[in-house]
Design a protein around this ligand. Structure first.
Ligand SMILES: Nc1ncnc2c1ncn2[C@@H]1O[C@H](COP(=O)(O)OP(=O)(O)OP(=O)(O)O)[C@@H](O)[C@H]1O
Ligand SMILES: [Mg+2]
Length: 224
């Protein structure tokens, strides 16, 4: 489904260059539950951003269902993101003035879906991630774990084929992190959604079906 071939990425700031990815190749099948692990600075976020079309590699290719991402123009990439991908960020990235319901419904509002269907789908997904009864709370009145559940619901409500999550449990205590992972895994099994997430938490690595290790911008294990 996802085929990453020999991608390189270098960041330049002033006259120094940082080689974030130095030839990463990776195949991921539909429905996989994959952790990308590695020390700080090993290139996890860079790789996820490239998989999510938020950034582009200097060299190499990423193809999804046979479609070459680097050949899409910016409109094509935005379209691809909107219809196929869900993102979950480390710091949740919720909109503070919107309720849990509104944060989740927001991504459907952009897709031209009838209002009743938006309400039904939003309520169903909030129930699925365990937030029934909290729909009308704003993020400031939710715990970290509950906010991350809203973020996961927001990513999932569009029914994307792929969810990308950058350290989704990093800001949570270990018990809450475990509960979030179990929710992700249940959704992975129930909907067949592909989950690709980064972590440096050993508990998360143990929990994953597949572990891809990055070290200094290279794959150190788990590429196939
Ligand atoms: N926008 C940027 N400009 C310059 N250098 C960057 C930028 N983003 C990342 N880097 C560098 O690229 C390398 C890889 O960074 P990346 O964020 O992908 O690592 P990471 O594995 O996600 O680390 P962490 O576990 O700390 O989140 C690091 O050396 C980092 O300093
Ligand atoms: Mg990172």
């Amino acid at each position: 489904m996802i085929q990453v071939t020999d991608i390189h990425k270098t960041y330049h700031s002033g006259d120094t260059s940082v080689y974030a990815l130095r030839g990463v190749s990776l195949d991921i099948d539909a429905g996989e539950f994959v952790a990308i692990a590695g020390p700080s600075g090993s290139g996890k976020s860079t790789l996820l951003n490239i998989l999510g079309c938020l950034d582009h590699p200097d060299q190499g290719t990423v193809s999804v269902d046979g479609r070459e991402m680097v050949q899409l123009d910016s409109r094509g990439r935005a379209d691809y993101r909107r219809h196929n991908l869900g993102f979950v960020f480390q710091n949740f990235n919720l909109i503070p003035v919107l309720t849990a319901f509104e944060n989740v419904a927001f991504s459907l509002n952009l897709l031209n879906i009838p209002e009743q269907e938006i309400t039904d789908r939003t309520m169903a997904i909030l129930r699925e991630v365990g937030l029934e009864g909290m729909e009308h709370r704003r993020p400031s009145r939710l715990s970290g774990g509950q906010q991350q559940r809203v973020a996961i619901a927001r990513a999932l409500v569009k029914n994307p084929a792929i969810i990308l999550a950058d350290e989704p449990t990093a800001n949570l205590d270990s018990e809450t992190g475990q509960a979030i992972l179990e929710t992700m895994r249940t959704l992975n099994e129930r909907h067949g959604t592909t989950f690709i997430f980064s972590t440096h938490d050993p508990m998360v690595m143990e929990f994953s079906r597949r572990l891809v290790r990055l070290q200094d911008g290279r794959v150190a294990g788990g590429a196939t």
